[in-house]
Ligand binder design. Structure first.
Ligand code: PLP
Length: 410
């Protein structure tokens, strides 16, 4: 002992762990609301819908039947069977219960998948802007971050495939793909998905297909999983979650679905970490995978599409703001480069705070979705329209428009 106390010490590796900074924006918005100001909450991807009644009833039944103890780390067999059938049918893939590991939400799949397949020093391709936990877990587990980006064209955003391929080296091991994406609301065309699959096969990459928004696709377009393409099932783990499809963010229920050697390892992590996902929540999860659950999600998509259509029009009318209609999920990724010029503000964080303080409109920016890249010449913010009703969307549009119009004419 050298006399220095180690009580206050935290392990060095914790400095590598990132976080989801969108939650800090929520806190800021809450603080403003507490002062009596009206806040228009576009910052967080939560839903203001009641969870399906069949799910609530099934949970109450499971509790009253005493399903409150420990259960298998992999999850209860009836749920794993049902998920294998449901996920398989929706995607045209054959899975069995041994391909399914139940999780407390979709998020835990990210770290457990990487811990199972990625050696320290392995390179991981992941979207930026993208869900920030990818970057956090790659860094924490000793991987090498290889962020890939998108190009904006007249129709929206698309993969920059030549750039993505140029990032690949012999050390690249994993491709993280979030089709139906957060924060950009984009969906791959069939040809884009086929090219991505071919890239994974050519370079022998293992794939995490984050399908958190698979059920939330607009305009009647069928959803598609990269795992269903030839040669992909054996190299892909799907991140599945109930959070968005059934407005069950706080229930914490999801799953990893994929090859058994990876799933078995994820089950082992479950046993080491949380032991198991809450048993009565798992019984509730079976009830969601039903005709009633399907109708419920169809209605969520209908309401979200109405909000999307209104918001796209409103945002495109605001001086300095420009956006494309999201094809999936519930995020509108707006280009605000001109709006920042109008206000004379250089930083996205400064812009976000200025708009929040002056109008009550609360959103996240590109900076909440992974490290900025040298190619980021345009400035973007993300509006999540999952937790705000139409009246407030319209009201906030008028306020934002008036604020920016006044700034423009100054
Ligand atoms: N993946 C993406 C792309 C997300 O946007 C989210 C949540 O916002 C998740 C995964 C995790 O969701 P959850 O842990 O609530 O299931």
């Amino acid at each position: 002992m050298d006399g220095t106390s180690r009580v206050g010490h935290l392990a060095k590796r914790t400095t590598l762990l990132g976080t989801e900074t969108a939650f800090a924006v929520s806190l800021e918005a809450e603080r403003l609301k507490d002062t009596g100001r009206k806040v228009y909450p576009f910052h967080i991807g939560d839903l203001n819908f009641k969870s399906p009644q069949c799910v609530i009833d099934a949970m109450n039944k499971a509790i009253s039947e005493g399903r409150t103890g420990y259960c298998a780390g992999a999850g209860i067999l009836p749920l794993r069977k049902r998920l294998a059938e449901w996920i398989g049918e929706q995607r045209g893939i054959t899975y069995g219960p041994d391909n399914v590991s139940v999780q407390s939400g979709g998020k835990p799949v990210i770290g457990k998948f990487l811990a199972a397949v990625m050696e320290p020093g392995d390179e991981v391709l992941y979207p930026s802007p993208g869900y920030p936990i990818y970057e956090s877990q790659i860094n924490y587990l000793g991987g090498v971050c290889k962020p890939y980006t998108f190009i904006e064209n007249e129709d929206g955003f698309a993969f920059n495939l030549p750039y993505l391929r140029s990032l690949i080296t012999p050390k690249t091991r994993v491709f993280i793909y979030n089709n139906y994406s957060n924060p950009m609301g984009i969906a791959s065309s069939d040809s884009e998905m086929a090219e991505l699959a071919q890239m994974c096969i050519d370079h022998d990459l293992v794939v995490l297909s984050d399908e958190a928004y698979f059920d939330l696709v607009y305009d009647g377009k069928p959803s598609k999983s990269i795992a269903s393409l030839p040669g992909m099932k054996e190299r892909t783990v799907i991140l599945y979650t109930y959070s968005k499809s059934y407005a069950m963010t706080g229930w914490r229920l999801g799953a990893a679905i994929g090859p058994t050697h990876i799933i078995n390892m994820i089950n082992k992590f479950n046993t080491n970490d949380e032991s198991c996902t809450t048993q009565f929540i798992q019984y509730a999860g079976i009830a969601a995978l039903s005709e009633e659950g399907k109708q419920y999600t169809a209605n969520v998509v209908k309401v979200l599409a109405e909000r999307r259509d209104a918001l796209v029009k409103i945002i495109n009318d605001v001086p300095g703001f420009k956006c494309h209609p999201p094809q999936a999920a519930f995020y509108l990724f707006a280009n605000v480069t001109e709006a920042m010029k109008i206000l004379g503000i250089d930083t996205l964080e400064g812009f976000r705070k200025h708009i929040l303080e002056n109008t009550g409109v609360s959103f996240c920016t590109r900076e909440h979705f992974g490290a900025a890249l040298p190619s980021d010449t345009q400035k973007y913010v993300r509006f999540a329209y999952s937790g705000i009703n139409m009246d407030d969307i319209v009201e906030c549009g008028a306020i934002l428009n008036a604020f920016m119009t006044k700034a423009q004419t100054k």
